[in-house]
Design a protein around this ligand. Structure first.
Ligand SMILES: [Zn+2]
Length: 91
């Protein structure tokens, strides 16, 4: 089954803006723990959490706030998996 997901840079920007608004309004809380591996990576030197909100369903409207919270290494794994899947779909 192939879903028509939007991973465009523009979609990414608006989805991130929507996420930041939701965080600001406290509609969403950023956990301290990776939801995949359970790591607690803490914060960087600027005090920003190292847990990233990953738009695992793409950036289209119903999924703008459909986030999974993951550490950078789990996020990278998912980004690579997605890239590979997209390359496979090109043929
Ligand atoms: Zn993780």
């Amino acid at each position: 089954m192939t879903e028509n997901l939007d991973w465009s840079p523009k979609g990414r920007w608006t989805a991130r803006a929507a996420l930041n608004r939701a965080l600001h309004k406290k509609k969403i809380r950023r956990p301290k723990k990776c939801s995949i591996c359970g790591a607690r990576p803490g914060v960087d030197r600027q005090g920003n959490s190292k847990i990233h909100g990953y738009h695992h369903k793409g950036y289209e409207d119903p999924h703008k706030l459909n986030i999974i919270w993951v550490c950078i290494s789990c996020r990278n794994k998912m980004v690579w998996a997605r890239k590979r899947a997209m390359e496979a779909n090109h043929d």
